[in-house]
Structure formats: C-alpha cells, structure tokens
Design a protein around this ligand. Sequence first.
Ligand SMILES: *[C@@H]1O[C@H](CO)[C@@H](O)[C@H](O)[C@H]1NC(C)=O
Ligand SMILES: *[C@@H]1O[C@H](CO)[C@@H](O)[C@H](O)[C@H]1NC(C)=O
Ligand SMILES: *[C@@H]1O[C@H](CO)[C@@H](O)[C@H](O)[C@H]1NC(C)=O
Ligand SMILES: *[C@@H]1O[C@H](CO)[C@@H](O)[C@H](O)[C@H]1NC(C)=O
Length: 336
Amino acid sequence: MKHLITGTLLLLAGVAYARVAAWAQCGGQGWTGEKSCTSGCTCTPFNSWYSQCLPSDAPGHVNATIPRATFTQITNFGSNPTDIRAWIYVPKNLAPKPPIVVGIHWCTGTAIAFYNASSWNYLADQKGFIVIYPESPNSDGCWDVHSAETLTHNGGGDSLGIVSAVRWTIRNFHANASKVFATGISSGAMMTNVLIGAYPDVFAAGSASPGVPFGCFEGPDRWNNECSSGNLTKTPQEWGDRVRAAYPGYKGPRPKMQFWHGTIDEGLNYHNFGEEVKQWTNVLGVSMTPTNTVLDYPLSGWTRYDYGPKVMGISAEGVPHNIPYQPNLIMEWFGL
Ligand SMILES: *[C@@H]1O[C@H](CO)[C@@H](O)[C@H](O)[C@H]1NC(C)=O
Ligand SMILES: *[C@@H]1O[C@H](CO)[C@@H](O)[C@H](O)[C@H]1NC(C)=O
Ligand SMILES: *[C@@H]1O[C@H](CO)[C@@H](O)[C@H](O)[C@H]1NC(C)=O
Ligand SMILES: *[C@@H]1O[C@H](CO)[C@@H](O)[C@H](O)[C@H]1NC(C)=O
C-alpha cells in the first residue's frame, strides 16, 4: 500500500513537472508542444500564433504601480535565461491598447544611454505608445546574436528575455499585440534582425540602423569577423531559409523590415546591406528589384529603396558606422 501511494505520488509529480511553466508558450498555430499549464497558471492566447501560461495572480495591478513619463526598471517579467535587464517608459497620456516600441542599444551601450541618445520618450509622449529599453547582460555590452538559443523561437538567449519583457508589457498594459515594433543601433540593430526573424508572431515591424542579416553572426563567439568584415555571402534562398528555420512550422504573417547602412561603415561592412536586401525580400516573398527609389532620402546623398511596401533599405553614401539615427522616420515606418 505504502509503495503504491509513493508510486502514485511520483507519477503525479512527473505529470505536473511536464506541464508548461509560468510565462512559457502553451499554444498557437503551429505549436506542437505541451498545452497544459503548471498549476496556478492559465493558458492565455495573445494572438492566433501565441498562447502563454500566465500566473493567475499576474497583472493588471502593475499598470498602476509604474510611474508615468519616467524611465523605470521592470523585474520578474518572465522567462529570462540570460538575465537581460529592462526599463520601461509609459507616457502620461497612454493610448488605449497602446503600441510598444522596443529600443535596443549598441555594444558598450546601456538602456539609459539609448534612452538619452534616442528621442523615443518624446515621441511616446506625443503618440501614447510604450517604450521598452532592454539592456545586455554581457560584459562588453553587446547582444548575443550568435547562439543557437537566441536564433531559435522561444529557444532562450538574450532574444527570449527581450520578448518576455514585451509579453509582460502586453499583459500588464493591455497593449495591442499587433503593434509591437523593434528598433536598434549597431549591436541593437543586429538584435532587431534576430527578433524579426525568430519572433514573427510578436513583432509587426523592425528597423535596423545599421545591422547584419539574421544568422550572420551565428557561431561560437559573440563577435563574428567574417560577417562584420563583409566576407559572409549567401544566396537569397539560403538567407531566407535561415530565418524560416528559426521557427519551423510558422505560417503566419511576417513583419515589415527596414534597414539603414552607410557605404563606408567600418564596423559592420556595407556588404551586409546587400545581404539584408537578399534575406528580407526572400522572407517577404518580393523581388530584389526596387519598386521605388527615392534620391536624397532623408539626407543629401542617401538613397531609399522600396521593395514593395514591406521591405525598405536606406543606403547612405559616404557615411561611416555611426550613421545618424532617424527615430521620426522609423516611427513613420512603424505606422505610429
Ligand atoms: C492603468 O492605470 C490607469 C491609471 O490608474 C487607468 O486609468 C487605466 O484604466 C489603467 N489601464 C489598464 C489597462 O488597466
Ligand atoms: C543620461 O541623461 C541623464 C540626464 O541628463 C544623465 O544624468 C546621465 O548621466 C545620462 N547617462 C548616459 C549614460 O548618457
Ligand atoms: C490593434 O492593432 C491592429 C493592427 O493595427 C488594429 O487593426 C486593431 O484595431 C488594434 N486593436 C485595438 C483594440 O485597438
Ligand atoms: C575579408 O575580405 C577582405 C578582402 O576580400 C580581406 O582583406 C580580409 O582579410 C577578409 N577578412 C576576413 C576576416 O576574412
């Protein structure tokens, strides 16, 4: 009898253990994993592509405790295997069902440095959206855009930590899950490519200023000289396949993608501009021949190339790595 009870308890424990943990995915189109949540959590749909196990006592109340118009750190925002940190800016005149912009810093950067250097908080004041400023956990301040984890949907790495902060914000502020956007500078631009590739269900659009294609840094090290020096070349099909492999089975809509690059970039070689054109036109299923070319956009000598309405590349003649960041135009690209 005693053995029988012990056996049953072990069995129950085994079942409970296999259930989906708090904050992890439990459903959505294409999802083949476990669907029942650990006790105390409810499987809650965010959109057709993603459902998440939310603690029953989670949120609602956080909205009221976050001060308005103040750069504020958030904690315990869900699955965060690499311990990224995150800050949030909630404007005074928060819009109903607010959009979310994620602003991602460069190597050696920090969340406050990006906050100071970009004007997203002022734009949020005007339009009522929320801004999330993630911060790299790595000693060099660069983002992990190379590991198998970060390059896999819900696979872990820095990308999952950032996405968890987004999911937490959607939940707590009743944000519009169809209006989540990512923008970044340099390493943050590379992370933008990673997020747009691995989390097409979370983001509606991205803007990278300047970055490299999804998967270009793939490998053992945080820095990839072959890619950064412009010696990594793939076909459009190969670049597109790399993105599709990040979330096998995903059949939903793909985010819009915009990328900016200076022609004399000494940090991330301009070759990567052409590789991004190949990748994102392939992923969005459009031609690599521009449908529209705008000279001197937005500055003299810069050229904007549209590849249909969902892919845009801006090539800045004679501009180095430190390309002037254009938050107003990026906001326009996001449709905010
Ligand atoms: C958030 O808090 C504000 C201020 O207390 C309140 O007016 C608003 O209705 C709340 N919104 C949500 C989505 O809970
Ligand atoms: C950000 O701006 C604040 C206020 O002007 C300043 O105190 C702080 O030193 C700045 N930090 C960085 C990293 O730029
Ligand atoms: C959320 O955003 C989508 C896409 O722009 C829009 O169609 C929808 O009306 C928004 N939902 C709400 C409740 O505002
Ligand atoms: C990249 O290619 C250039 C020219 O083809 C070469 O000079 C350079 O050494 C290469 N760098 C790497 C890291 O392979």
